[in-house]
Ligand binder design. Sequence first.
Ligand SMILES: [Mg+2]
Length: 338
Amino acid sequence: MDSVSSQFLDAKSFANVVDEIDTFIFDADGVLWLGESVMPGSPGLVDLLLRKNKRVIVLTNNATKSRAVYAQKLWKLGYNKKIGKESIVNPAAVVADTLKRSGLGSDKKVYLIGTQGIKDELDDFGIQYFGDGPDPVENHHDGSTAFIYGIELEEEHEDVGAVVVGYERHFNYVKLMKAANYLQNEKCLYVATNEDETCPGPDPNTVIPDAGPIVAAVKVASGREPVVVGKPNTPAFEYICRRWSINPQRTMMIGDRTNTDVKFGKDHGLKTCLVLSGCHQVDDIAENEENERHDMVPDYYAENLGSLVPSETVSTALKGSEIVKKISLAEEPYLPQP
Ligand SMILES: [Mg+2]
C-alpha cells in the first residue's frame, strides 16, 4: 500500500476524532449503500453518531430519485428512522431551490433533461417543466438528410426560464438540439445537477455514463457554462449552510470519491475522510498527492464505515436479536460476552 499523508482511521483512532466533530456529512453510494444493498456496518456507525448527539446529513450526487424516495431506501436498508427526507440533500433538491431563489417567474417553464427525482422536487415548489422522457429523432426528422436542419420547439424561447440537465437515459440528439436552442436566450438559466463522469454498477467492466457527459454535450453545443449544483461545487454547500447552522471546522465529509466528496470537503473548509468501500482507493490518494492535487487528498481514510465502530458495539448491535433469542431459548444460563 502506498504511503500517504492522510491519517488512517480505525475504531480506536476515530473515537478521538469524533469528539472534534459535530456534523457528519455522508455520501450515499459506496458509503451507506452499494446499488440496492446496504454497506455492512454503516447503519451501526450512524446509530453510534446519533447516540452521541451528532448531526448526520446525507449528501448524494444522485438526482434520479427525490429525497423522500432516498429516505424510504435508507429505512428499508435498516438505517435509523431519525434519518429522514429532511436529513438528505441531493442535486434535485438544490436545483429546485436554486431555481426558486433565482426568481424564476411563475409563468416561466423549465426544459428538463432529467428524471423523476428532479420532477418531484420541482413539483414541490410548483415549478413547471417539460421535455422529460423519450423524444425520438423519428418524430422530428424523416431521415432524408444527414443533419437535422430544423427543430420544432414546444415552447417559445421567452417562455423558457431555465434548462436543467442531469442524468437522463433518453438523452439524444433532439434533446441536445432543443437545449442548445433554448439556451441561445441569454436570460435562460443553464443549471446542471452534477458532472460525475460515470456511475458505479454491478459490472466493473461496463462503463455507465452519468450526468457529466450529458452536461458537457449541452455545454459545447450551446456555448454556455452551467451552474453545477452537486458536489464538489458550492451551491450544495450553500444549501447545507442555509438549512443547518454548521461550523465547517467541526464538520466532516465522508465519501468514496476524491474528486467529488473529498474535494467538496476541502474546498469548503471541512474535515474529510475517504472510505475505501466504493470508488477510490489509497492509490488514488497517492496519485493526487503526486500531482499536488491537495484538494483531493483527504485528512483521513478508513476501510469502511463499519470499521469505525468499536467491536463491542458491533457485537451488541448485530447480535442483539440473537442475544434475545439465546436468553429465551438458552438451555444453559446466558452469560454476557466480554
Ligand atoms: Mg459515492
